[in-house]
Design a protein around this ligand. Structure first.
Ligand SMILES: Cc1cc2nc3c(=O)[nH]c(=O)nc-3n(C[C@H](O)[C@H](O)[C@H](O)COP(=O)(O)OP(=O)(O)OC[C@H]3O[C@@H](n4cnc5c(N)ncnc54)[C@H](O)[C@@H]3O)c2cc1C
Length: 385
């Protein structure tokens, strides 16, 4: 399959690359060190149209599509994992979710604010006892006249403390399990919503992650997203999109690790010559390059299928699983190539390694994707619908 980009995708990819080098790179190390959330950069990325690729123009997007979304995500991720998160918070898990499952009023009201960066979004699936097992959610939304009354809590929610709007999953009818889960657009400033940070993290320090408690929160009935009882399907549909972003983010990490490794291997001398001339270093590099290219093919194929409207849960899982595992393997290789300097904060390799590890957890763990892929192959549960 040929991945020749059209002029528009080339232009936005170049713009994202220049933005990452000019605006993010000079401050990323300090912001990560100081746990400084980069709100201003999210505004700027919104203004530049980075969040609007898979959103039609009438809702404030560019309609450039999923492939454009993937390549922009990849460029930003090369420099900052923390800012990569915004591509799911502003686009795939919120704006695109509202576009796919919301009604016309909801689309007009919320999508332009999210893709422009005016409002910050968050996605509330995970709870203390509901990680991979989404059905184990306990948060309840009980209909009470014109509102749903929310009680429960979420954890590990990206942007929990700073979000204006949340796509929150809750049971409207716990008795029927998956068929009783519903999705809501929740105003995160509503009375009864409180958010605070989770335990400190290994990486993504410039990106807030928090817990949310809902105490008798009144959510207007019109904020139901899609139909009551369709929340599980919506959630899986949304994950199908957020997983593409994760694959693209991991791809950016792998490419950045290759670039760092090549630069270092050419200049670092041992035994009287650049270490790049040692065949074992070359072996590491060749492996990183080929695996990253394979991850790129899977990721771009996944994006292009989505652009063509093809249901591709299986191919999305393949792209997510492979690209995210490759990033961790590439981080191991880069650390071997850079030796002590790779372990220091002087080079970005240690940060990229921490970013890489997260991709094996988020948006369906490595094992969850292996389950999806093998169940499909065995005919136990077909992934594509
Ligand atoms: C920095 C960060 C940001 C996050 N942001 C968000 C967010 O914005 N919104 C949100 O909703 N969530 C978010 N999450 C949560 C994330 O989606 C979950 O961590 C993820 O779903 C995995 O759940 P868990 O960590 O509870 O692991 P668990 O589900 O407890 O899994 C632990 C281990 O058991 C394995 N396992 C579980 N079930 C099976 C099975 N059936 N078969 C085989 N192995 C299995 C897993 O693969 C894993 O290896 C975030 C997490 C982090 C760390």
């Amino acid at each position: 399959m040929d991945f020749e980009f059209n002029e528009e995708i080339k232009a936005i990819s170049d713009m994202a690359s220049r933005f990452a080098q000019r605006e993010i790179l000079p401050r990323v190390a300090e912001d990560e060190k100081n746990h400084q959330f980069q709100r201003d950069l999210i505004y700027k990325m919104g203004e530049l149209g980075f969040f609007g690729c898979p959103i039609p123009e009438e809702y404030g997007g560019s309609g450039l599509g999923f492939l454009a979304h993937a390549v922009v995500t990849e460029e930003i991720s090369k420099v900052s994992g923390s800012l990569r998160a915004a591509f799911n918070m502003q686009t795939m898990g919120t704006a695109r979710e509202i576009y796919q499952y919301g009604n016309e009023e909801q689309r007009k009201e919320y999508i332009p604010r999210l893709v422009s960066g005016e409002w910050l979004g968050c996605i509330g699936i995970t709870e203390s006892d509901a990680g991979s097992d989404v059905g184990a959610i306990r948060t309840k939304a009980v209909r009470d006249g014109g509102v749903y009354r929310f009680n429960g809590s979420k954890t590990w929610i990206t942007y929990a403390q700073v979000a204006d709007l949340g796509i929150i999953y809750a049971y409207t009818d716990p008795a029927v399990k998956y068929k009783g889960l519903s999705a809501f657009i929740v105003d995160m400033k509503s009375p009864g919503v409180t958010a605070g940070p989770t335990a400190d993290k290994l990486g993504w320090h410039a990106c807030p992650t928090g817990e949310i408690v809902f105490e008798d929160v009144e959510v207007p009935a019109e904020n139901l997203l899609g139909e009551e009882g369709r929340g599980f399907e919506n959630c899986m549909g949304s994950l199908d999109n957020t997983r593409l972003t994760a694959a693209a983010g991991a791809l950016g990490v792998s490419q950045a690790l290759i670039d760092e490794s090549i630069g270092y291997a050419k200049t670092r001398e041992q035994f009287g010559r650049p270490i790049g001339q040692f065949q074992m270093v070359q072996e590491e590099l060749a492996q990183m390059i080929v695996e990253t290219e394979a991850a790129r093919l899977l990721t771009y194929r996944c994006a292009m299928q989505k652009d063509r409207g093809i249901g591709n849960t299986l191919e999305t899982s393949m792209a997510k699983l492979f690209s995210c595992d490759v990033a961790s393997r590439a981080a191991d290789s880069a650390l071997r190539i850079l030796g002590a300097y790779g372990y220091s904060t002087e080079y970005p390799v240690e940060r990229l390694l921490r970013d890489a590890k997260l991709y094996q957890i988020l948006e369906g763990s490595t094992y969850i994707h292996k389950i999806i892929i093998s169940n499909d192959a065995l005919g136990y549960r077909k992934a594509n619908r």
